[in-house]
Design a protein around this ligand. Structure first.
Ligand SMILES: *[C@@H]1O[C@H](CO)[C@@H](O)[C@H](O)[C@H]1NC(C)=O
Length: 286
C-alpha cells in the first residue's frame, strides 16, 4: 500500500513539473545561451564588425567622465583584446567598409577613420557636424544630430541623401536592392528604390541597424532583435534593454544590453514557437 501511494505521488509530482527547457532566448527555433564577451560596458551603441580582423567597434556611455559623454572602443572577437579609441571627441558612430577594410567613426565634430596600428582615430571630414550614425553601403552614409538629416560622403565631399531630403532620419541602413530603411521618432520607414517612394514599415523604436557579411539587414529595439528580409520584418528574439546588434561572419548574433556585450550561442535544444512576422504593407504609402 505504501509503495502504491509513493508511486501515485511520484506520478503526480512528475506531472506538475513544468517544462522549462525552452525558457530563455529562442532564435530560429533553437534555444541560445548567452556568452558575455565584455562586462561593465555602459549601454554600448552602434555595433559594427570588421570581418577581416574580427574586430567589433562600438560606442558606450561614460556618465562619470566629464570630458566625453560617449567614447568609441574596439573589442577583438578572437582574443578579447579591448581598448578605447583615442583621437576622436565624443565617439558615437561606427561603421566598416568591409571591401576596403576601412573603419569609419563619427563624433561631436565630424567623421574619422580608425588606424589599426596606432588604434587612434584620424579626422577625415565634416567638422561642422555632430555625427549621430554611420552606415557603409557602397558609400558612407551618415546622419547628423540634432537636425536629423541624412548625408553621404563620397570622393571627399558630403552631400544630402536626395531620397531623404524632405524627412527626418536618425538611423538608416541600405539593403542589397538600394532600398533605404530609416527611423525617426515616429517609427521605421523605407524609401523603396523601385517605386521612388517612402513607405511606413511600423512603429518600431529602432536603436540600431546592422548588416551581415552578405548585406542582409537587421535592427534592434529596446525589446528585441529583428531581421529585414525584403519586405518582411521578422522578430528574431525578445530580449530586454537591447542597445544594438551585429552579426558575425558565421552568423552568430552579438548584442549589447545595459552593461555588457553578449554573443548568442546555439544549444542543442529545439523549441518551436510561432513565427512573428510583419509584412510591410504595400498599400501603406505616404
Ligand atoms: C519620420 O519620417 C516619416 C517619413 O518620412 C515622416 O512622415 C515623419 O513625419 C517623420 N517624423 C518626424 C518626427 O519628423
Amino acid at each position: 500500500m505504501r509503495i502504491l501511494i509513493g508511486f501515485t505521488l511520484l506520478v503526480l509530482v512528475h506531472c506538475r513539473v513544468v517544462d522549462r527547457s525552452c525558457d530563455g532566448i529562442i532564435v530560429h527555433n533553437i534555444k541560445h545561451e548567452k556568452e558575455i564577451l565584455k562586462h561593465d560596458i555602459d549601454s554600448a551603441y552602434q555595433l559594427a564588425i570588421d570581418y577581416d580582423t574580427n574586430t567589433l567597434f562600438f560606442s558606450f556611455s561614460t556618465p562619470h567622465d566629464s570630458s566625453d559623454v560617449f567614447k568609441s572602443a574596439y573589442l577583438n572577437l578572437k582574443n578579447n583584446e579591448y581598448g578605447i579609441i583615442t583621437g576622436i571627441p565624443g565617439g558615437f558612430a561606427n561603421s566598416v567598409d568591409n571591401r576596403k577594410h576601412k573603419v569609419y567613426l563619427g563624433g561631436n565634430n565630424g567623421i574619422y577613420s580608425f588606424d589599426f596600428d596606432t588604434k587612434r582615430a584620424f579626422y577625415i571630414s565634416d567638422s561642422d557636424k555632430n555625427i549621430w550614425q554611420l552606415f557603409y553601403k557602397n558609400k558612407l552614409y551618415f546622419t547628423e544630430y540634432p537636425n536629423e538629416k541624412a548625408y553621404y560622403y563620397e570622393n571627399g565631399v558630403s552631400k544630402k541623401v536626395p531620397e531623404l531630403e524632405e524627412t527626418r532620419a536618425m538611423l538608416l541602413a541600405v539593403d542589397n536592392n538600394e532600398n533605404i530603411f530609416f527611423s525617426n521618432s515616429s517609427g521605421l520607414y523605407c524609401y523603396k528604390s523601385d517605386k521612388s517612394k517612402i513607405i511606413s514599415v511600423g512603429e518600431y523604436n529602432v536603436n540600431g541597424f546592422t548588416s551581415d557579411i552578405n548585406g542582409n539587414l537587421f535592427f534592434s529595439t529596446p525589446e528585441g532583435l529583428y531581421s529585414i528580409n525584403g519586405q518582411e520584418i521578422k522578430l528574431l528574439a525578445n530580449i530586454d534593454n537591447v542597445y544594438g546588434l551585429a552579426i558575425e561572419g558565421d552568423n552568430s548574433i552579438i548584442y549589447a544590453d545595459m552593461n555588457s556585450i553578449v554573443r548568442l550561442k546555439p544549444t542543442k535544444t529545439v523549441c518551436y514557437s510561432e513565427d512573428k512576422k510583419t509584412i510591410v504593407d504595400q498599400e501603406n504609402q505616404l
